[in-house]
Unconditional design. Structure first.
Length: 132
């Protein structure tokens, strides 16, 4: 249960590893000009959930805090490619959140008991076994 309910801690001056959450600024450029409709501010990518942006995850693992890197991704840029304009995409790593285990204290236990719907001693015993 502790591993299933991590607390996400903002860590500065670190690298993005698999299992972290990265927050990026993604910018689309054509001929060295930024294209606002091809850019996303505060793009959040959970590196464990590759269904969101699977083509980008392997390219961003290992990026450092504040690093800028070119990435190959598929975006909704057909109107530009039809005109022969091929966008280039860059990301800047703004924030890295790393999972930490919650502190096993009274507040945590009370919250989990509510979430788990534990109402009696028998259910609590089963919960403790799962916790350990």
């Amino acid at each position: 249960i502790l591993d299933e309910n991590p607390i996400w801690e903002l860590v500065k001056n670190t690298t993005l590893e698999r299992g972290d959450i990265g927050v990026f600024f993604l910018a689309g450029f054509i001929n060295a000009n930024i294209i606002p409709e091809l850019s996303i501010n505060q793009l959040e990518i959970n590196t464990l959930n590759e269904s969101v942006h699977p083509e980008i995850v392997d390219q961003i693992i290992g990026m450092s805090y504040n690093q800028i890197q070119r990435v190959d991704i598929k975006m909704n840029d057909q109107e530009y490619t039809k005109k022969g304009q091929i966008p280039e995409y860059y990301v800047k790593l703004l924030e890295v959140y790393k999972p930490t285990r919650p502190t096993l204290d009274d507040d945590f236990i009370q919250n989990v008991l509510k979430i788990e719907g534990i109402n009696n001693v028998n259910d609590f015993s089963k919960f403790v076994v799962r916790l350990l």
